[in-house]
Every structure is written in C-alpha cells, then in structure tokens.
Write a protein that binds this ligand. Structure first.
Ligand code: FAD
Length: 418
C-alpha cells in the first residue's frame, strides 16, 4: 500500500484514472481498474484506511447494508468477500413484508427463486475495511488519504486537479465517488434533482427474544417502513439491525428516547413479532433525500454511486446500485484502455451512462411509488395495497420475477458480476 504524505510543492503526478472518494463504491472501482493494470490514484478526505482487525470483538455497528448476490459476486471478483465472510456476515434466506394497517403480507424464500440466499446483511465498515485491505495493496493503486480536491481544471488530455495540500494529479479520467453531497459534482457544475422524501431514517441495533430465522422483515406502519434486518453475532442469531424511516418529528422523538423506551416503541410497532426487544446501541438519525444527477458523464469525468444517485433505503438498494455502476463503468473503460482507445472520451463514458441510468431511474421511481402507496391512508389505496400484497403472495412466478430484481439479477450483467 503506498500512502503518500509529502506535502511540499510537487510536480504533477500522472495516472490513467483518479478516483475521488474511498468509500465502498470508489474503492471497488479503483480495485477493478487497477486489477486490469491501469495506474489509479485514490483520493480520500479521511486520514486513514480501515483495517479488518479492528472488528474482532466489537458489537455490530449500526450502519449495515443488505448486499445482493450480484454485489457479493463483484466483491468476490475483487478478492474481498472471503475476508468479509470471515469477519461477520449474516445471510438471509427469507423476506417478510406486511402492512401494519391491514392484512396484506408477502413472503419471499430463496429456494422459490432457485438461489441459496436472497442476500447478506453486512456492516458497511466491514465491507469497506475488506475492500481497503485488498485494493490498497495492489501495486497499481496510489492512495492520497487525508486529502480533498481544491481545484479542478480541464486540459486537452484530461482533468487536472489540485489537492488541498498542494499536490497535483492529472488523468484522462476523473471519477467522483465522493457520496451524496459530492463536492466534485459541484465543482464540475453538474446539477442534481432533489426529492426530499419527508422522512428521516433512524438506525440502531437490538437484541430480540426470538431468533431472526435468517429472515429480513419489514412492516409498513402508516407509511413508515420499519425493518428488522437479521444479524448473527458470535453464533447468537437474535440480533437485528433496525432501519425505521419515519417523519422527522417522530425520528427526533425516537432518538431522544432512552434505550428502554426505544425498545418498547419498536416492540409495539412490530406487533411483538420478535418478542421482547432490547436496544444495545445508540440510535442515529439520517435525513432521507433522493437525488439524481442531471447527467453522469462529461468529457474525462464520471459520477458513480451516491454521487450520481441516492435512494430511499426501504428496498436496501443504494450501495448495490453503486456497485453496478462501477462494474459497468470499469468494463467500458478497461475495454477502451486495452484497445488503445481514449477511455476518458464521451463516446466511452456515454456507454456507461446508457447502461446504468435507466436501472437507477427505475429504482428511484419505484421507491417513490412505494412511498405514495404505503403513505396513503385513503381507504381505496389501503384496500388495493393489502389485496395486492396478499394476492401477489399466491403468485410464485411473479414473486420469482420480483426476487430476481431484488437480488440484482437485472439486464446484462458485467463480467465481474456474473
Ligand atoms: C439508513 C440507511 C440505510 C441504508 N441501507 C442500505 C442497504 O441496506 N443496502 C444498500 O445497498 N444501501 C443502503 N444504504 C445506502 C448506502 O449506505 C449508500 O448507497 C452507500 O454508502 C454509498 O456509497 P458511496 O461509496 O457511493 O458513498 P459514501 O459511502 O458516502 O462514500 C463517499 C466517500 O467519499 C469520501 N469523501 C467525501 N467527500 C470527499 C471529498 N471532497 N474529497 C475526498 N473524499 C471525499 C467520504 O469520506 C467517503 O469515504 C442505506 C443508507 C442509509 C442512509
């Protein structure tokens, strides 16, 4: 791993690609490009990479993601999955969704979809630490931690950027993977449509009386999705990670609760399905805003992951969409680079945008639709969604289609995800 620290005036350093943002998405992208032999710079504002050894005996962290089997295949391709699996992952084979306002419910099972699991719940920092350990060790990756971009310019041959400590980088391709509030997107002048969802997500970790049974559960309570995501900690399968997306006012009340009050609120809202619920961590609150960049690419520049789109967490798709972005972008860029074609040219980057934009838009639209459908107390909509859910529950072929979508098996998958 080569972490450069020299902060004196330095000559411009040239790379094949510069990735800004060493989160899960940016690090995965740097890994894919570097594995193909490209010289990649990875710039990250945080001071140091994460280490897997830090997770040994820790309680689970509150930020988790439901990773699809397709994302798992990408992480396997990058060599990160074995370390993730050896640290802490919880496979889930079943999913239950119900409407707390009525009788509608739907169950999904992995064997109905012909797949061993529907996905895995993984703490974000476990995924990130495994990626950091694998990707930053590649000889073709140079890391610039503790740095941000203070200036960005276009040259005849690509993008030139100045870091806050004066170092200068140049590459035919610059990729912004710096998250939902992307500073680079702003520097590039790309606008973004914002859809405040009128909800905040409250996350915490609980220990329940009943086993989670490898099941991801979600109840819609007057338009507020409450998820109990299964976590197994040192063989104990009664932990769950909580994501409750609710009104900002209710979220404020929830995070102000004592752990005991929060446990009672969760128990009641979930209809006591998990028995007694004991909260084992603080509760954290995140405002939910769906964002979509007006376009993903410009000459020598591309957006990926949350920098391009951020999505309501109710279907657990955010980082999975980001991983698909990087798999597709890397495929297009590496193909051009190997042929000696200009890999930062719009003709190359447009192929990435064409392959990803529709899928991301569809998922953002679907989350909006869910929110309208489940947020309404109008009797006709309540009846329709309850009949719809229960009716759909009888239709195994239709459920199979939904499960293929939810597990990421959509469209033509890039080679790194097959
Ligand atoms: C409550 C909640 C639950 C969620 N659950 C799920 C789920 O179950 N499944 C799922 O797929 N997704 C889920 N998501 C979404 C998921 O967390 C995000 O989609 C994912 O973290 C985005 O990854 P990213 O790498 O694109 O961005 P980020 O994780 O935001 O990473 C950006 C990186 O860039 C760095 N950075 C920022 N600015 C700069 C700068 N100027 N210069 C240099 N570096 C910079 C940051 O430090 C960070 O390391 C959830 C989100 C929320 C809020």
């Amino acid at each position: 791993m080569k972490t450069q620290t020299a902060a004196t005036k330095t000559p411009v350093e040239h790379f094949d690609a510069v990735v800004v943002g060493a989160g899960m998405v940016g690090t995965a992208l740097a890994g894919l490009l570097a594995k193909a032999g490209m010289q990649v710079a990875l710039v990250e504002v945080k001071d140091t990479p994460l280490m897997l050894t830090a997770f040994g005996d820790h309680d689970p962290l509150p930020r988790v993601s439901a990773l699809t089997p397709v994302s798992q295949r990408l992480l396997t391709h990058l060599g990160a999955w074995p370390a993730i699996a050896a640290t802490r992952v919880t496979p889930y084979r079943y999913m239950q969704v119900w409407d707390a306002e009525g009788s509608g419910n739907i169950h999904f099972a992995a064997d109905e979809a012909g797949t061993p699991v529907l996905g895995h719940i993984v703490e974000n920092d476990v995924t990130l630490a495994a990626l950091h350990e694998k990707v930053l060790a590649l000889p073709t990756v140079s890391t610039f931690f503790g740095a941000t971009v203070s200036a960005l310019q276009t040259t005849d041959t690509g993008r030139w950027l100045v870091l806050n400590d004066g170092r200068q980088l140049h590459a035919p391709l610059l990729i912004a993977a710096d998250g939902a509030r992307s500073a680079l997107r702003k520097l590039a002048g790309i606008t973004v449509s914002e859809d405040a969802m009128g909800q905040d997500a409250v996350v915490t970790t609980v220990h329940c009386e009943k086993s989670h049974g490898a099941t991801a559960r979600q109840a819609f309570i007057a338009g507020s999705p409450l998820a109990f995501l299964p976590l197994t900690v040192k063989g104990d399968d009664r932990y769950c990670s909580i994501v409750w997306s609710t009104t900002p006012q209710h979220a404020e009340e929830l995070v102000a609760h004592s752990r005991e009050e929060m446990g009672m609120a969760l128990e009641g809202a979930f209809g006591h399905r998990m028995g007694k619920v004991r909260v084992v961590d603080s509760a954290y609150r995140f405002p939910l805003v769906q964002r979509h960049a007006a376009h993903y690419v410009e000459p020598n520049f591309a957006l990926v992951g949350d920098a391009a789109h951020s999505i309501h967490p109710l279907a657990g798709q955010g980082v999975n969409l980001g991983f698909m972005d990087v798999a597709v972008l890397a495929e297009e860029v590496i193909r051009a680079w190997q042929r000696g074609a200009p890999w930062g040219a719009l003709s190359t980057l447009h192929r990435y945008e064409r392959r990803r934009r529709l899928d991301n838009s569809a998922m953002l639209g679907l989350m909006k639709g869910f929110k309208v459908l489940f947020g309404s107390e109008a009797p006709v909509l309540t009846l329709a969604r309850n009949m719809g859910m229960s009716g759909m529950n009888q239709l195994v072929p239709l459920k199979r289609v939904i499960m293929r979508q939810a597990t990421g098996e959509r469209g033509r998958l890039p080679l790194s995800c097959r």
